[in-house]
Ligand binder design. Structure first.
Ligand code: AGP
Length: 610
């Protein structure tokens, strides 16, 4: 995990590095550090804990200089401590790194044999030694980095500063994200786009196996083997304000409320209301391809997996294509039977989740076509896929994913309708009706957020002492129940389980007593009657039942202790609305508990380890 940032220009770089690290803190927050060339040598500052500790250290030391690198860490090798924090300074060379060097133990042994003193437990320090060795033998910094990387195996995004050549940074990438930014007389690097957005919108995405020398206003890219690479910067249209809190207490709350806007942006240009169809999907499939698909395979992790599970229902219901969904990390190890004729849809907010990336590559190597549904443009998964169908949620900073979940649902729904129409599973009238209903989504979501916010906050306050919480749903509400439980677990640290409502009687019902709130998703849909029976079963065991149900449902009102209403919509749209009160519920429980909502313990926004 970890976040890296670098600057070369004429401005004082400490504030720029700190600002970039603040935007990257979601990637890791157990320690942080900077290395700045101050005219005489490299000044390194490191601090354990949140970034404010580093900020304090820098405030006291006031390092001066206009070329530097910074890092925020999420420990993989070695516990969080100052000695394990980056940058690692060996001789004249400072290194920051995101990723894992797989052969670091063998390299460490070799270095020790040759007399090197290694002070930290990290794999990164090994790389710094390998580079420093070459610099001491007379290599320039670019050649030294190239040579060192020839010895390492694994995943890395690296930024390297040498006191011998203080007008440049050398960066390199393999399997971990790295973006370069170009400004007037300055150049930047960072682990993602928001880190650089306040300074430039002209960005270059480095590919795996490439390195670059950053100088003032210039990035010279080569392959690791030394071949020149020409790549023009892309203009990124995210505004810096999109990455700020905009007056909300937490990014998560802001992002929950941004969902109507994110939905509008994601649907824009894709709903063809004039012809009652879906168009302009960047899915790299012709109508003929659509008819040839034998099976759809959805792969994802975490919240994106819950979106993929919902996608399976949508694809089977609307396009009548068999669909399978699988946790990406489980896919690789079981020698999956997959090949030409199968379409793999890899769903990921970050586009960098290593498990999903590996699974997508594995599917592709077996001949399947891979479509990426991703939020971060130019990230690794879309680059590895045959086509990228982006959600337009904007940057998501809160570790708990919210707006990216609902926009993933939107892309999966648009894809299912498009596919269903092309395969003859939907006729023109059905398609037109779906398109019209989808166009109402932003407005409906806004109503649900504003209409349920206070009620859900009150419920969260009332039940926030509960030690266990159950979420139940059937059919398309089952993945939403799982998502509700995941949200609550990750930000409030309350034990929560999501179950298929019909499965409750096969075991989980034993957990129920009067201390357990049970949130039941029971909108008017094909599973309604049976879910209602399960709700009654929970109530009969004295659970505190909170129902998320359709407006005007008197039957549910009579049985449930508490009722959160959503407008009546067609079955395919219910997940977009039922998930909103669950996101709010977990947010308010966590806020009442006073947990670190945006950066919950042990988690990182982007999981680039297996
Ligand atoms: C979401 O709230 C989680 N933080 C996590 O489960 C996340 O969805 C998962 O790590 C997958 O990330 P991705 O969408 O970036 O691939």
């Amino acid at each position: 995990m970890c976040g890296i940032v670098g600057y070369v220009g004429d401005q004082q770089c400490a504030p720029i590095l700190l600002d970039g690290l603040k935007r990257l803190e979601y990637r890791g927050y157990d320690s942080a550090g900077t290395a700045i060339y101050d005219g005489a040598g490299i000044d390194v500052r490191r601090a354990v804990g949140k970034l404010r500790n580093l900020e304090k250290a820098i405030d006291e030391a006031k390092p001066q200089g206009s070329v530097g690198i910074g890092h925020t860490r999420w420990a993989t090798h070695g516990r969080p401590s100052e000695v394990n924090a980056h940058p690692h300074l060996i001789g004249d060379v400072a290194v920051v790194h995101n990723g894992i060097i797989e052969n670091h133990l063998a390299l460490r042994a070799r270095l020790v044999e040759r007399g090197a003193t290694i002070t930290s437990d990290t794999d990164t320090e090994i790389v710094a030694h390998l580079i420093d060795q070459r610099v001491r033998e007379g290599a320039d910094i670019e050649a030294a980095v190239r040579g060192a990387l020839g010895e390492v195996r694994g995943a890395y995004a690296l930024a390297v500063l040498s006191a011998k050549e203080p007008d440049r940074l050398v960066v390199a990438k393999s399997a971990s994200p790295l973006v370069l930014g170009l400004g007037e007389g300055e150049a930047f690097c960072g682990s993602d786009i928001p880190a650089l957005l306040p300074y430039t919108r002209d960005m270059i995405f480095l590919e795996d196996g490439e390195m670059a020398v950053l100088e003032r206003g210039k990035a010279t890219i080569t392959t690791l083997a030394g071949a020149a690479v020409e790549r023009a910067p892309q203009r990124i249209d995210w505004s810096p304000v999109m990455a700020e809190k905009a007056g909300f207490k937490h990014f998560m709350l802001k992002e929950i409320h941004e969902q109507p806007r994110a939905m509008e942006d994601t649907l824009r240009g894709r709903l063809d209301r004039e012809n009652g169809d879906i168009h302009g999907l960047e899915i790299g499939l012709s109508d003929e391809d659509a008819r040839g698909i034998e099976r759809v395979y959805l792969l994802a992790c975490g919240t994106s997996y819950h979106a993929a599970m919902t996608g399976r229902y949508l694809i089977e219901r609307l396009a009548k294509v068999p669909a399978t969904v699988e946790i990406a990390s489980e896919f690789r190890g079981r020698d999956p039977i997959i090949g030409p004729g199968d379409l793999v849809v890899a769903v990921s907010q970050s586009g960098e989740t290593l498990d999903t990336l590996i699974a997508a590559k594995e599917a592709k190597s077996r001949g399947a076509k891979v479509l990426a549904i991703v939020n971060v443009i130019g990230s690794a998964i879309p680059r590895a896929a045959d086509a990228a169908f982006y959600t337009h949620a904007g940057p998501e900073i809160g570790v708990a994913s919210t707006k990216c979940f609902t926009t993933q649902l939107a892309n999966l729904l648009m894809f299912s309708v498009w596919l269903g129409r092309r395969r003859g599973a939907l006729d023109a009238d059905q398609t037109r009706a779906l398109v019209e209903d989808m166009a109402r989504l932003p407005h409906l979501m806004r109503d649900v957020l504003l209409g349920t916010r206070q009620l859900v906050a009150n419920l969260a306050k009332r039940y926030n002492e509960a030690r266990d919480v159950l979420f139940l749903g059937r059919g398309m509400s089952f993945p939403i129940a799982l998502e509700g439980a995941l949200k609550l677990k990750e930000i409030s640290y309350v034990h929560a389980e999501g179950y298929a409502a019909g499965e409750m009687k096969h075991g989980p019902i034993a957990l129920i007593d009067s201390s357990v709130p049970v949130l039941v998703l029971c909108p008017k849909d094909p599973w309604y009657e049976r879910t209602l029976s399960n709700l009654q079963e929970a109530k009969a065991r004295e659970a505190m039942v909170i129902a998320i149900a359709t407006e005007g449902d008197e039957e549910v009102r009579d049985v449930a202790h508490d009722l959160v209403e959503i407008p009546e919509v067609r079955t395919e749209l219910t997940p977009f609305l039922t998930v909103l009160p669950l996101q709010l519920y977990s947010y308010y429980v966590a806020d009442f508990k006073g947990t670190d909502v945006d950066q919950p313990r042990n988690l990182a926004k982007t999981v680039t380890v297996e």
